[in-house]
Design a binder for this molecule. Sequence first.
Ligand SMILES: *Cc1c(COP(=O)(O)O)cnc(C)c1O
Length: 375
Amino acid sequence: MTTPVPFLDLAAARTELARDLDAAALRVLASGHYILGPETNAFEAEFAAYCRVKHAIGVGNGLDALMLILRALGIGAGHEVIVPANTFIATWLAVSLVGARPVPVEPRADTANLDPARVEAAISANTRAIMPVHLYGQCADMSALGEIAARHGLPLVEDAAQAQGATWAGARAGGLGIAAGFSFYPGKNLGAFGDAGAVTTNDDALAEAIRKLRNYGSSRKYVHELAGVNSRLDEMQSALLRVKLARLDDWNARRRAHAAFYTQAFAESGLTLPSVADGAEPVWHLYVVQVDHRDALQAFLRERGVDTLVHYPIPPYGQGAYEADGYDEQAFPISNRLHAQVLSLPMGPHLTDAQAQAVVDAVFAARDAGLIGRA
Ligand SMILES: *Cc1c(COP(=O)(O)O)cnc(C)c1O
């Protein structure tokens, strides 16, 4: 029988840390303090230190993190924000939620990250920010994007939802722009046990504004200076995230080892392998290959017990959510090709070496069956 390979084993993550996680959960239950207390304060300090920034502000989820950054920057109706054409829809929805328009820019074909060479042509008089995504756990080209942003006086906002611990030119995601939005959705590299997120920034005024905005626009109880929202990271998630944060570098190292194994094993497979840019040190949130007969390969692997996913099958501009906004789907050939060809292989800190080998064996069986190669 073949070894079944789940895409990601979250229960194994809990098992490894069971003693500390259970103790943290019980500590919070017994504390009588559940919102904006000592655990969240401690997690914010620890996550800021981890990202090497001055401030981390815990919020309800990654979408809110991005949306609150844009609101704090004063971005709203009539404004435009440059976003990748190929990303999870939350990047775009954060822009839409503040009343601004997402302006999509094509990715580089090799890294699938926002292509700096195409950004300038998309900047208009209404542009108020550039928001790259560190897709699949690899930082976008923040040097080139930073130069463009500076030349146009625009803030650079990181969608770092997939990139906890990733670096660009030695600096960690979270400190590479004016502010960064993180998600701690359970499947992310640093995952909570429910919804959770954070904003990181070195900007004192922005940090203060986001602290208020996440808590009904208030910094003193029953005094509301801004029309804020309720998007607070709770004590339970904070306590559990503190346990996992201490293990993040170790778990990212295991992802790197699996990625290195895949890359070596698949050298002659016919798959197009992930490309790492000079300056990037990815944390391999996903290991994404490109292949012509993607759906057939996925079905073949599924039959052999290997679970894969597609990130993402439909681009934001092709979603019903944006149907009324008049995006020309034909204007994004690189993004369209990626959406048709990307396949995410099993990846995570609890993938075993035997499981990774089973993935490799299944892929080569697919190649021998003629499923990889010319379209
Ligand atoms: C997960 C994710 C988000 C949103 O995070 P949530 O916590 O689910 O709201 C935003 N952007 C990207 C690129 C993501 O992968």
